[in-house]
Design a binder for this molecule. Structure first.
Ligand code: DAH
Length: 343
């Protein structure tokens, strides 16, 4: 069509209709070239302006530009609609929607007992301690006999034992102390070692009793080990745990595998004048300990004439409860995510 015959309004109507019925990207580009291209129809409208009466030129220019704008916009709208349709088709074909955000990844965290255990392991390793492991199903020999607790000993009653066989030779260990004897059998004195782990007792559970809980055993064997060494080591331990030196005191405590045996208390790290944690006494009972009984050294193959040692049994579960203000030991191994998510 020669430019002089072009009817601008018809151009716009035709272009919009062609855009509307273009159902591929290519078809759309073809319409664009035809109307907006260098040789395109709109260019033709502009090109004929100089040949118009001067009085008509302004209006004709304006109209041509309006048409150009309308076509450009219609192209963009149609292009977006086509892209949308293409994505819908892809979604259908895939069977899922690739534009949805990915499912959120649930992040886990370390159990508070694991966190505190690792912290203490680092602390003890830095002081030259071996980190040891022992079996949870333990021989009666290590759990009791070698620790100076013979079969008829009343101390057995206080450790309500899960037996694993008819003969009573295998038990779920009731404490981590058997690792003391295993350590003595394997390591040459002098040595220091700690052994964290699970222990088991057959007892009815309540807020402060659980059938499965965690302890960390400590054992130091050397020349002329004294109660002074024991106190020094425990103060270092406390400073590591609570971040500052705490005053300690010893009360006598009876355990067949230490002589003398003690209960070690520390000044309450949470208050000055008494609080609910220390039951208003300003002291918290922290751990039992003592000098290794000569019979135990002997059972571990170490000559008590030549060597001596101290041992301690840290209640890891209790320490975790103190640290985080947990009021019921049963939360620890409940597996309850509402509890665990807090750490
Ligand atoms: N094994 C003892 C218990 O679980 C705790 C204990 C007491 C461990 C004194 C020790 C110790 O190493 O010296 O009841």
């Amino acid at each position: 069509m020669s430019t002089s015959e072009i009817d601008p309004e018809a151009v716009q109507a035709q272009a919009l209709e062609r855009i509307q019925s273009a159902d591929t990207e290519e078809a759309l580009r073809a319409v664009e070239r035809e109307f907006l291209g260098k040789q395109g129809v709109v260019q033709g409208l502009l090109a004929r302006i100089p040949s118009l009466e001067p009085s008509q030129r302004g209006a004709a220019g304006k109209q041509a530009n309006q048409i150009k704008g309308a076509i450009t916009q219609a192209l963009a709208v149609r292009e977006a609609a086509l892209a949308h349709a293409a994505m819908d088709a892809e979604r259908q074909a895939l069977g899922f929607d690739p534009t949805l955000p990915p499912p959120t990844v649930e992040r886990g965290s370390l159990h508070p007992i694991t966190q505190v255990t690792r912290e203490l392991e680092d602390l003890f390793a830095s002081m030259g301690y071996h980190i040891l492991d022992g079996p949870e199903v333990e021989r009666d020999h290590y759990n009791f006999e070698a620790l100076n607790i013979p079969a008829d000993h009343p101390a057995r009653d206080s450790q309500d034992t899960f037996y694993c066989d008819q003969e009573g030779k295998l038990v779920l260990r009731t404490h981590t102390s058997p690792v003391q004897v295993r350590a003595m059998e394997r390591l040459q004195p002098p040595f220091r070692a700690v052994a964290p782990g699970k222990v088991f007792r057959q007892e009815s559970t309540d807020a402060s009793h659980e059938h499965t809980f965690h302890q960390m055993e400590g054992l130091v064997v050397g020349k002329d080990i004294s109660v002074g060494h024991l106190i020094g080591a425990m103060k270092t331990l406390l400073a590591g745990i609570f971040g500052r030196e705490l005053e300690v005191r010893l009360r006598p405590g009876y355990f067949p595998f230490v002589e003398p045996g003690f209960e070690l208390d520390a000044r309450c790290p949470f208050c000055e004048e008494g609080c609910s944690v220390c039951k208003r006494t300003t002291w918290i009972e922290l751990l039992p300990c003592g000098l290794v009984h000569p019979e135990v050294l002997r059972a571990g193959g170490i000559d008590p004439e030549e060597w001596s040692g101290f041992a301690f049994g840290l209640g890891l579960s209790r320490l975790v409860m103190l640290r985080y203000g947990i009021d019921d030991v049963r939360h620890l191994l409940s597996g309850d995510l509402r509890f665990l998510r807090q750490f």
